[in-house]
Design a protein around this ligand. Structure first.
Ligand code: NAD
Length: 285
């Protein structure tokens, strides 16, 4: 039976690391602050926002949320973003995506100051993930970093490991592949056109699924003793949250596994908080 990798344990470990860094900043009169800018009030945004609010409260960080109307114009949105870019009390900016059609998401990404772009929206930060510079001077996407964090905090050393990632989106799968290459893993990236998913998974030491497809990873795809990290979030017909992994069957073969809910999702806001603290430290220099 696999050992569970629980998000709350990793979140507690990240908090323990952050507490003294936050204390040091506060002693200098700096309270790290994140500004979330969102358009409309979508239930999926609300869940993330509430999770972030709880995490920031526990850590003693500031969080401001601006909700713009669904019919917000490009000028109005850019004015709000410019205010956050220019405000020295704001250290991190998170724009909830997807944005409505009337807004040019690529242009908005480029207008976000890279030093405050704590979830890797701006092309400068995306490039730094590619070149391996994000930990020194950029920001990786929080979910991708959370998947690595939960593995490492549970004793996984990715160096030399065969890792199969399912999903190639710009926010999760693709940056995750770059980050794992930086950690010297041998990475296979699968997606909806992969001819034989089982073949690409069955020799992997680590499988990380970010497809958004319930029941996709079955026990016959998993090597005995593998580590399985499930990023997927799906809602079943009876309204329950589930990941991409057939959890009960895969738990019988894997050595380590993340549950959904209770796994990677609970770490993402901890990484977001860490990025805001890092942004505050860098901006204070
Ligand atoms: P996306 O839809 O942009 O990308 C999904 C990727 O999975 C695509 O590259 C697609 O090719 C691949 N895919 C889909 N079905 C597949 C299949 N049957 N076989 C192989 N590949 C397949 O989604 P995303 O934004 O990258 O998010 C992925 C999942 O992660 C979603 O379930 C999302 O809800 C979840 N997510 C979780 C968190 C978190 O904090 N835990 C954060 C962001 C996203």
């Amino acid at each position: 039976m696999a050992q569970l990798m629980l998000g709350k344990d990793t979140a507690a470990a990240v908090k323990a690391d952050l507490d003294c860094e936050i204390e040091e900043l506060k002693a200098r009169g700096i309270t790290p602050r994140l500004d979330i800018i969102k358009v409309g009030d979508k239930p999926e945004d609300k869940a993330y926002e509430n999770g972030a609010r709880k995490r920031f409260e526990k850590l003693g960080l500031d969080l401001e949320v601006t909700e713009l109307p669904e019919d917000v114009t490009e000028d109005e949105f850019e004015k709000k973003l410019a205010d956050a870019n220019d405000d020295p009390l704001v250290h991190g900016i998170l724009v909830f995506r997807p944005l409505p059609e009337q807004l040019d998401a690529d242009r908005i990404a480029r207008l976000t100051v890279p030093e405050k772009d704590v979830d890797c929206f701006d092309p400068v930060n995306i490039a730094k993930v590619l070149t391996g510079e994000s930990s020194e001077s950029g920001f990786a996407p929080c979910t991708a970093e959370a998947a690595i964090e939960i593995g490492e905090r549970n004793g996984i050393d990715f160096d030399g490991m065969k890792v199969t990632i399912i999903g190639r989106s710009m926010v999760v799968g693709r940056p995750l592949a770059m980050m794992l290459l930086q950690k010297n893993a041998t990475v296979t990236v699968c997606h909806s056109h992969t001819a034989d998913l089982k073949e690409s998974c069955k020799d992997a030491d680590v499988i990380i699924s970010a497809a958004g497809c319930a029941g996709l990873v079955t026990a016959d795809m998993v090597k005995d003793g593998a580590c399985v990290i499930d990023i997927g979030i799906n809602v079943t017909e009876d309204g329950k949250l589930t990941g991409d992994v057939d959890f009960d069957a895969v738990s019988e073969k894997a050595a380590l596994i993340t549950p959904v809910p209770g796994g990677v999702g609970g770490v993402t806001t901890s990484i977001l908080a860490r990025h805001v603290v890092t942004a505050a430290q860098r901006l204070a220099k």
